[in-house]
Design a protein around this ligand. Structure first.
Ligand SMILES: [Zn+2]
Ligand SMILES: [Zn+2]
Length: 212
């Protein structure tokens, strides 16, 4: 029988198991939003008790985005002043950055494909903090990220993954919102619904009794 007072007995037992001997499936409560989510929804962190950070990925990326919005100007300012103070290093970095592809070739590609000049591209990218507008991924040396445009208007610069993600969700804010809520809530995982494999492992380790 399960211990008294545990509303989700299996979960109550599993959560206490050391991650070294039992790494999945385990849930934990986000210290920020309080939602109970599978460990996969937390970034890994060495040196922590369960090998993961305390706040969930959704909370952390929301905090990062919020921080960026608040500090955007400051970040751009810092980048600019670093560039001025470290002119030689910055120029060396720029040479390295452009080595993969000659400037003219990139310029031509951007113009042909997106009707955008390389200077405009660089300015937009700098205003975005140097990376994808959603995840922050930086372009590989000498390559360009995707120009996200609505007809003749540039919306921003995205990495291929984030651009695909928007497309797959039909660029529908409502659908994207639903996807956010779904991921954020942890769905059935929050309610402690386990896979057959998860239950089998739990039983084999004596964490779950009975055949239920
Ligand atoms: Zn959270
Ligand atoms: Zn991205």
């Amino acid at each position: 029988m399960f211990k008294k007072g545990a509303n989700s007995p299996f979960e109550q037992h599993v959560v206490r198991v050391s991650p070294r001997s039992y790494s999945s499936p385990v849930t934990k409560q986000c210290k920020k939003c309080g939602a109970i989510k599978p460990l996969i929804d937390y970034y890994e962190a060495r040196g922590t008790r369960d090998g993961h950070r305390g706040a969930c990925k959704a909370c952390e990326s929301a905090a990062r985005a919020e921080w960026y919005q608040r500090n955007r100007e400051h970040v751009i300012e810092k980048v600019r002043s670093w560039q001025t103070d470290n002119r030689d290093r910055y120029l060396a970095w720029q040479r390295e950055y452009k080595r993969g592809r000659p400037r003219e070739e990139r310029e031509g590609h951007l113009r042909r494909t997106f009707g955008l000049s390389l200077d405009d591209y660089d300015a937009i990218l700098a205003a975005q903090g140097g990376g994808c507008a959603i995840c922050g991924e930086r372009p590989i040396s000498g390559q360009s990220l995707h120009i996200d445009h609505l007809g003749d208007v540039v919306r921003g610069i995205l990495c291929v993954r984030c651009n695909n993600a928007l497309g797959l969700l039909k660029e529908d804010p409502e659908l994207i919102g639903v996807a956010c809520d779904y991921v954020d809530s942890g769905g059935f995982a929050s309610a402690g619904v386990y896979t057959e494999r998860g239950l089998a492992i739990g039983r084999a380790r004596g964490l779950v009794k009975g055949s239920g």
